[in-house]
Write a protein that binds this ligand. Structure first.
Ligand code: BES
Ligand code: ZN
Length: 625
């Protein structure tokens, strides 16, 4: 039986919602285990941020944050902070005379940081505004301060932020929980000659006095707060798209991402209008720890996707898809991370299918499937519970949930649902999902309730094993698989090479993904086979970072030792900070009994890595500083 669709409940807690007669949703929002905020008492609705100094010498932001709360009998306001130096707090709303407010540090935790307690001088109801004067710590994890040498132009320093998952609190005192949304405006006083851009309305030219003003009119969760300051220029690529990058790489970037408008149109045709007006891209220096980050209106990108042939634009499709899955409908807590990423990989794949064809999309599905099976097998040995979509990250760093499980198991679960109900029905369901839950939080339970109420019959839910997919470990046996035509020739070539050493021919037209598949299929090569391959295909010299990184892993695992490769590998590890490449290369070195080399490189390269990459690699290499 279908139950009528669903409440529009904008309040954080169900108990605080006015349930209408058709509102049958009975899934309360859980409290966020990664935030000190108490949304029953007060929720931030608007942030006005004034960054008065971006100090590249001291690695410090000096700032003033004005927060407007919606309060319910609040006598204490609880904010998340991490390493911030709070200088002054005042009540600044209308009718308040800038009274100084008492504040204190509350609970403290290595992962969560410090609870900032602020005490209004009376119990407050309704709107209440405070202003906090503060500065950041030089070690603030969200901030990466780059020296000129770490940039393309080598002449100006550079700063970027990475707030997801719980690092916004290291540069802004706020309720750092994905279940709480606020609008924001900001002012930034940049050093002379540098441009500032944010996840908001942005400048397109340098300002003469280096002052910049920003506005984000749609309510966003804190992890989407983002800022970059550097020697940036803008180039338009379409009516609502453009690229920001350092001058030296602006043109190459604008060419590589010249088809973004086509991706947006494909996305809109699938799941409804793009809600954020402009969609620009910001190409960062290579130490950016991720492939991309879906900061609203301005996706942050690694330069390692500039392959020169547009072969890695699936990453743009991914970050763009987050403009719906993630930025409109947001994971309720970090335990629900697959709600962001699984949906986004699904949506990304549908965009790629629409623009580049079903075969191309099938190729990406197959790569996702092989990454997933490898990682599931790995996790099942030591941490089987981490293979659950409904992961439990209480007491842990939410970064532990950033694995192929959320992405690829989530993706395959959604594909299975699509296959079960048919594409038309699933598309209608998703379109309605994004419309109905716009600017709201989505938890695993809430999604499950919605899915069973409005799409799947009980029999279908049983048939696909919905419970097992969401709450079980491992990969269910009904996980969909594909055999993309792009890989037929590649798989045959790999088999032939493994059996009699015949080298593949007519590889000129192979794309990046085909090469990755080829290398995936070559488990257990001898060092000699590796040398033969490199002589023909020059992977060691590849400027394509996906191909180079896969090659470095394959060659290292084979026991191949080669000066040229070692040299390239260390250059790559010094220059590139993208964790997805660093982790497997360092791991391969360790497993090939070359931990000494790994540590020598790491020691030197580490200061150039972002804190999130440092944390992962410190653990992997047992590095203690
Ligand atoms: N939002 C993520 C990046 C992220 C996740 C940062 C969790 C911090 C915590 C982004 O959308 C992403 O998934 N990036 C991927 C792209 C890829 C899957 C196409 C990446 O960086 O590799
Ligand atoms: Zn993502």
């Amino acid at each position: 039986m279908k139950i009528p669709v669903l409440s529009v409940c904008t309040s954080f807690l169900l108990s605080a919602c006015q349930l209408s007669e058709t509102a049958v949703e009975l899934v309360p929002m859980p409290l966020d285990p990664h935030s000190y905020a108490d949304p029953a008492e007060a929720v931030v609705t608007h942030l006005s941020l004034n960054i008065t100094s971006v100090d590249f010498d001291a690695h410090m932001l000096q700032a003033i944050a004005t927060l407007t709360f919606d309060c319910h009998q609040a006598d204490t306001l609880r904010l998340d902070t991490y390493g911030l130096e709070i200088q002054d707090v005042r009540a600044t709303g209308e009718g308040f005379g800038e009274e100084v407010l008492r504040f204190a540090a509350g609970r403290q935790d290595e992962i969560l940081g410090t609870e900032l307690l602020i005490f209004p001088d009376r119990t407050v109801d309704g709107s209440y505004t405070i202003t906090i004067w503060y500065k950041t710590n030089p070690d603030a994890k969200a901030l990466q301060w780059l020296s000129p040498e770490q940039t393309n132009g080598k002449t100006h320093p550079f700063l970027f932020t990475q707030s997801q998952a719980i690092l916004a609190r290291t540069w802004i005192p706020l309720q750092d929980s994905p279940g709480i949304r606020f609008t924001y405006d900001a002012k930034v006083q940049a050093p002379e000659g540098l441009m500032a851009v944010m996840s908001a309305s942005n400048p397109q030219v340098l300002s003469e006095d280096s002052r910049y003003a920003f506005e984000m009119k749609q309510p966003i969760p804190s992890y989407l707060m983002a800022l970059t300051v550097g020697d940036l220029r803008f180039q338009s690529t379409g009516p609502r798209t453009g690229v920001y990058a350092e001058p030296a790489i602006l043109e190459a970037s604008a060419w590589e991402f010249g088809e973004t408008e086509a991706l947006i149109q494909a996305a809109e045709a699938l799941y409804g209008p793009y809600q954020w007006e402009r969609y620009d891209l910001l190409v960062l220096p290579p130490s950016f720890p991720f492939g991309g980050m879906e900061n609203p209106r301005l996706t942050f990108l690694t330069p390692t996707v500039i392959a020169g042939d547009r072969s890695l634009v699936a990453l743009i499709a991914h970050e763009l898809a987050h403009s719906w899955s993630g930025n409109l409908v947001t994971n309720g807590t970090w335990n629900d991370f697959w709600i962001n990423e699984g949906f986004t990989v699904y949506f990304e794949n549908r965009i790629m299918e629409a623009v580049y064809g079903a075969d191309y999309a099938a190729m990406l599905q197959a790569l996702s499937h092989s990454d997933l099976t490898a990682e599931v097998a790995d996790f099942m040995k030591n941490a089987p519970n981490d293979t659950k979509l409904a992961i439990d990250l209480v007491g842990r760093n939410p970064d532990d949930g950033v694995t192929t499980i959320a992405y690829d198991k989530g993706f395959h679960f959604l594909r299975l649902i699509e296959h079960t109900v048919g594409r038309d029905a699933f598309d209608a369901f998703l379109k309605d999902y994004f419309a109905s839950y716009t600017f709201q939080s989505m938890t695993t339970d809430r999604f499950m309730g919605h899915l069973r109420a409005s799409l799947l019959t009980d029999a279908q839910w049983e048939e696909i094993g919905g419970e097992e997919w969401i709450f079980g470990t491992g990969l269910p046996s009904n996980c969909p698989v594909v055999e993309p035509s792009y890989f037929t020739v590649v798989d045959a070539a790999a088999t032939r090479f493994l059996s009699d050493g015949t080298l593949p021919t007519e590889t000129d037209k192979w794309n990046t993904h085909q090469w990755l598949r080829f290398m995936n299929a070559l488990e257990g090569l001898t060092a000699e086979q590796v040398m033969t391959l490199d002589r023909s295909f020059h992977f060691t010299q590849s400027g394509n970072s996906e191909i180079f990184a896969a090659w470095a892993v394959l060659a290292t695992r084979s026991g191949f030792r080669d000066m040229a490769l070692d040299e390239k590998m260390s250059q790559f590890l010094y220059r590139v900070g993208r964790r997805k490449f660093l982790t497997p290369i360092y791991k391969a070195l360790v497993e090939a009994n070359r931990k000494d080399l790994a540590l020598i490189i790491y020691q030197q390269a580490r200061p150039g890595y972002h804190a999130v990459a440092q944390e992962t690699l410190d653990k992997l290499l047992g590095y203690k500083g």
